[in-house]
Design a protein around this ligand. Structure first.
Ligand code: 13P
Length: 248
């Protein structure tokens, strides 16, 4: 399975910072063909990023979108607008969207459905909070998020990302065992939904991934990539993650 390494810049980087990053980063990825690389800048920098990425194999992603195609939805961005800006991917259901913008499973499901209808590839995020983990509810939460988020959704153009909320931006990475345990569980839920095509779905890990811990995490059987926040902001750091070596 081809691994996916995706950068989620969240609410960071102006247009010129985005251009500067890509001018340094794009030459660094020349010759790397065995990993799908995706970059998700903020909305305002997407079109500029698309210009910089012309002719490169690095894919462009948005961090969110609305499910309607157009209309009176002040402040929102439609799937077709993302395509127009040069995106091939969109991240849906990130825990920060769920936490700060009250997105529930039904909203996430509508967004994934609309993204697919428009022809966008979806990076769909799930993950439990520390409170939920400590209460022994990790599997229950993950199962609900996966099943509700993916109700009537095709397994095509779909990548999952397991991001334990307690590991995001905290420097506390899930151990390889913790990641593998949940990834294997997600795989099981996906097989329940899709049958054998689920075996081909890639499940990324996200949460304090760094050049130092990426090799160990990528060695887990059901981990097929990473969704990286903080450590994706500098080209030197992100290229070290993209060029991970699987430990055996
Ligand atoms: P950090 O890598 O900064 O922990 O962020 C992870 C994340 O939320 C990526 O979507």
């Amino acid at each position: 399975m081809k691994y996916v390494i995706a950068a989620n810049w969240k609410m960071n980087k102006t247009i010129s910072e985005t251009r500067d990053f890509l001018k340094t980063f794009i030459p660094m990825v020349k010759g790397i063909a065995d990993v799908d690389i995706v970059i998700a800048p903020p909305f305002t920098a997407l079109a500029a990023a698309a210009e910089e990425l012309k002719g490169s194999t690095v894919a462009l992603s948005a961090q969110d979108m609305f499910w309607e195609e157009r209309g009176a939805y002040t402040g929102e961005v439609a799937p077709g607008m993302l395509l127009d800006a040069g995106c091939s991917h969109v991240i849906i259901g990130h825990s920060e969207r769920r936490q700060y913008f009250h997105e529930d499973d039904a909203v996430v499901n509508k967004k994934i459905t609309a993204a697919h209808r428009a022809g966008l590839k979806v990076i769909f995020c799930v993950g439990e909070s520390l409170e939920e983990r400590e209460a022994g509810k990790t599997f229950e939460v993950i199962q609900r998020e996966v099943e509700k988020g993916l109700a009537n959704v095709s397994p095509d153009n779909l990548v999952l990302a397991y991001e334990p909320i307690w590991a995001i931006g905290t420097g506390k990475t899930a151990s390889a065992e913790q990641a593998q345990e949940v990834h294997a569980f997600i795989r099981k839920v996906l097989v329940g939904l899709y049958g054998s095509p689920a075996e081909g779905l890639r499940i990324l890990y996200g949460g304090s991934v760094t050049p130092e811990n990426v090799n160990t995490l990528m060695a887990c059987k059901d981990v097929h990539g990473a969704l990286v926040g903080g450590a994706s902001m500098k080209p030197e750091s992100f290229i070290n993650i993209v060029s991970f070596k699987k430990e055996n």
